[in-house]
Design a protein around this ligand. Structure first.
Ligand code: ADE
Length: 226
């Protein structure tokens, strides 16, 4: 998979994609991440990327020209399955969206700033708009990192334990059950007896029950959709 990220803050991504699993996925050649500086594509002398909004009002708007030039260049080089704009008024991200996106070959993630981008970019280029939650961030960069991370870990070969991504919370619309590791007792705090029993069937049943209890008490809203 190839992910092209368009931003006015290209340095923002340095640490995020150079750690552990995401770094390994790139080294293995499973995913390519390309960060593009929108400002470099501005044709005006000051290399500005934003301007006042028509009709008045506070806040600057990101201009069409540099974004158009950058997206058009990328589109002339390869086909993109989705061109995604990160924005608080987009569709709220969930595991189902991540599953679908993880099967794609080439995607563009466009990060907005200030008040947002000129609507005409959204109308003419964007195929999907995604929000990572009902709150407003300073820009789309954190959203692009969250989305990339959630997608990349689902691509086969990225996580060494192949089954682990499938047993995540949300994957079957249930939260994960409690998990434990050694020691079996610490300061008198004990691991549930059943997990030490070696009886796989009983353990599976217990995990399923615990996942249901957790989901009912913490996220009844996702159970309702089942
Ligand atoms: N940009 C600003 N806020 C955002 C949000 N909540 N999700 C995605 N992109 C954003």
């Amino acid at each position: 998979m190839r992910i092209d990220i368009l931003s006015i803050l290209p340095d923002f991504f340095n640490i995020a994609f150079e750690q552990s699993i995401l770094k390994r996925a790139q080294k293995k050649g499973i995913v390519e991440i390309h960060i593009h500086d929108i400002r470099k594509y501005s044709t005006n002398k000051q290399k500005s990327v934003d301007d006042y909004q028509y009709g008045g009002g506070a806040g600057m708007v990101m201009c069409i020209q540099p974004i158009d030039d950058l997206i058009s260049k990328l589109k002339s080089e390869r086909n993109y399955d989705e061109i995604i704009y990160l924005t608080p008024d987009g569709e709220q991200l969930n595991q189902g969206i991540c599953n679908k996106l993880s099967t794609l070959k080439n995607i563009i993630l466009l990060c907005g700033h200030y008040k947002g981008i000129d609507q005409r970019i959204r109308d003419h280029f964007i195929s999907k708009e995604i929000s990572i939650g009902d709150y407003v961030l300073t820009g789309g960069e954190l959203g692009a990192i969250v989305l990339s991370d959630a997608i990349i870990r689902l691509i086969p070969g990225v996580i060494s334990d192949e089954t682990s991504a499938l047993t995540d919370s949300f994957q079957d619309q249930l939260l994960s059950p409690p998990i434990y590791t050694r020691p079996s007792e610490y300061k008198g705090w004990k691991v549930p007896e059943i997990l030490l029993s070696g009886d796989d069937k009983k353990i599976e049943k217990w995990r399923q029950e615990q996942a249901e209890i957790r989901t009912k008490t913490r996220r009844p809203d996702i159970l309702k959709d089942k």
